[in-house]
Design a protein around this ligand. Structure first.
Ligand code: ATP
Length: 236
C-alpha cells in the first residue's frame, strides 16, 4: 500500500514548550485515520505539521514518498494536502460561486458549468447563497464551502481539525456526508474531532496521542477502550 503521509519521529516546540516528542504517523492512500487524545495532547499540532503551518524541530514529513520536511505551506498544499477549517481554503472577498470556480479556470466553460451545478445540487445551502461574499457566511457555512471546493478538486489528504466545533447537527450531517464522499473518491482523511464517535465511525484506523506521543495505533473499535481513561470526560 502506498503512503500519502509518513510523519517520522516528529518533534515540535513552541518556544521553550515542547508539544511533540517523537510522533510517528502514516496514512495510506484512501485511508481515514481518527486522531484522538485529551486536550493539549498535541492533535492540532500534528495537523499543523502535516499542513506545513508549524515546523518540525526534529523528524521528517514525507508526502506521497517525497520528503517535504521544512517545505512552505503552499508547497504542501500543492502536494495535495488540504487542512480545514484552518487556512480554510476559501477566499473571503470572493462570492460562493467564484470560490467554487476559481480552481477551474483552465477547464472548458461547459465542464465548469457542470461541476458547479453538481456542487450546488450537493449543497443546496450554498446554491441559495451563490452570490454572497464567502467572508460573510457563518463559520459552518464556510466549512461547508471549503469542503465543496475540495470535492471539486479532491486533495490527496484532507486534514479535518475540529470541523464540528460549534455547529448545528444539520450542517454537521452534511459535513460528514461530504467527508464520506471525499473518501469514496480516494482522498485520505486525518480526522480530529471532539465528537469521537463521528470520527471513529468513519475511520479505518485510530491513533491516540498522549502528551505529545503516540499511545495507541490500531483498530478504531479498540481505541475507545484503550483511550477511554486517557480521553476523560472533557473529550467525550
Ligand atoms: P485541544 O484538543 O485542546 O485543541 P490538542 O491535542 O489539539 O488540544 P495542541 O493544540 O496541539 O493540542 O497543543 C499541544 C500543546 O501545545 C498544548 O499544551 C498547548 O497548550 C501547546 N500549544 C499549542 N499551540 C501553542 C502555541 N502557539 N504556543 C505555545 N504553546 C502552544
Amino acid at each position: 500500500m502506498t503512503s500519502v503521509l509518513d510523519l517520522v519521529d516528529a518533534h515540535v516546540a513552541y518556544g521553550p514548550f515542547k508539544a511533540l516528542f517523537g510522533v510517528d504517523l502514516s496514512i495510506d492512500m484512501g485511508e481515514a485515520v481518527a486522531l484522538l487524545g485529551a486536550n493539549g495532547a498535541g492533535k492540532s499540532t500534528v495537523a499543523r505539521v502535516v499542513s506545513g503551518l508549524v515546523p518540525l524541530s526534529e523528524g521528517r514529513l514525507v508526502l506521497n514518498g517525497d520528503d517535504m520536511t521544512g517545505a512552505a505551506a503552499w508547497r504542501i498544499r500543492r502536494a495535495g494536502v488540504l487542512q480545514v477549517p484552518e487556512g480554510r481554503g476559501i477566499f473571503g472577498s470572493l462570492s460562493v460561486e467564484e470560490n467554487l470556480t476559481i480552481g477551474l479556470l483552465m477547464e472548458p466553460r461547459a465542464r465548469r458549468r457542470e461541476l458547479l451545478r453538481e456542487a450546488f445540487d450537493r449543497f443546496e445551502l450554498l446554491a441559495e447563497r451563490r452570490s454572497q461574499r464567502a467572508g460573510t457566511l457563518s463559520g459552518g457555512q464556510q466549512r461547508l464551502l471549503a469542503l465543496a471546493v475540495a470535492l471539486i478538486d479532491p486533495p490527496t489528504l484532507l486534514v479535518a481539525d475540529e470541523l464540528s466545533l460549534g455547529l448545528a447537527p444539520g450542517i454537521l450531517d452534511e459535513i460528514y456526508a461530504s467527508l464520506a464522499e471525499l473518501k469514496r473518491q480516494g482522498t485520505s482523511l486525518l480526522i480530529i474531532e471532539q465528537q469521537t464517535e463521528r470520527a471513529l465511525d468513519m475511520a479505518d484506523r485510530a491513533v491516540v496521542l498522549s502528551r505529545g506521543l503516540v499511545a495507541y495505533d490500531g483498530e478504531p473499535s479498540d481505541a475507545v477502550a484503550v483511550a477511554g481513561a486517557m480521553l476523560g470526560p472533557a473529550s467525550s
